[in-house]
Ligand binder design. Sequence first.
Ligand code: OAD
Length: 251
Amino acid sequence: MSSIEHAHALVAEAGRVATFTGAGLSAESGIDTFRDPATGYWARYDPAELASPAGFAADPGLVIDWYNHRRRTLAAAEPNAAHRALAEQADLTHVTQNVDHLLERAGAQRVLHLHGSIGLDRCHRACGYEERIDISAPPGLRPCPSCGAPLRPAVVWFGETLPEATWIASVEAISAADLLLVIGTSGVVYPAAGLIDHARSTGAAVVVVNAEPIRAPADVAVIGSAADLVPMILAGRRVGQADAGPGSDVW
Ligand code: OAD
């Protein structure tokens, strides 16, 4: 049996399926990944400058400009065939490291954003103020209308903790899954990547779809393009009853 046939068979026989996704899911929508050696964000930019509290303190305008550039790129992007195939499976819970909303734009209902949302700004001092923004015309650096501290994208930066409620909902969804479909992630950023080991420890099957091999405890790894492979792996799956699982994060 080929790896794709094996993945298809595992998915077909699994009842509850959760997904764990990363930047590779959105790569074929024209969104750069982080760790590609040529085009990845972290090959071209310093994460300490652009994605850390210290970087924001040093040059908040630079950080906002970079996120606004990414926001405008995302506003012009469309979900790809992998997003669409996942969204068609209404019973799936999607745990994603992606700050984009291409899954939601494809119609996915239950999306948990472990690393936050690029479509929201929040108060950097965490006074509780949060605001949805138009990513096609994002506002520049400005003060929080509630407390005067600077506003910043509601994403998780290096050194920051994950949103607690989203983390708990993600652990619950993966604990309840019979199979975890891991798509387009290098699986090197923790604690998020620990969810793959968690799935394995609770007895779920693990299927990896990625452009290159990754270190993960997979029953099967299918190597190639997510937009090609995900629709093939999910083809013909009987969509289960959507139970009262977590709703999507606000975005
Ligand atoms: P990475 O850039 O680390 O990994 C993307 C993975 O997707 C790589 O393993 C690629 O081989 C694979 N890939 C690329 N194109 C693909 C395609 N068309 N089909 C399938 N796979 C493809 O991105 P993430 O794993 O998402 O965190 O990175 C995790 C976190 O690190 C991000 O959420 C971000 C970053 O720093 C924060 O900003 C907190």
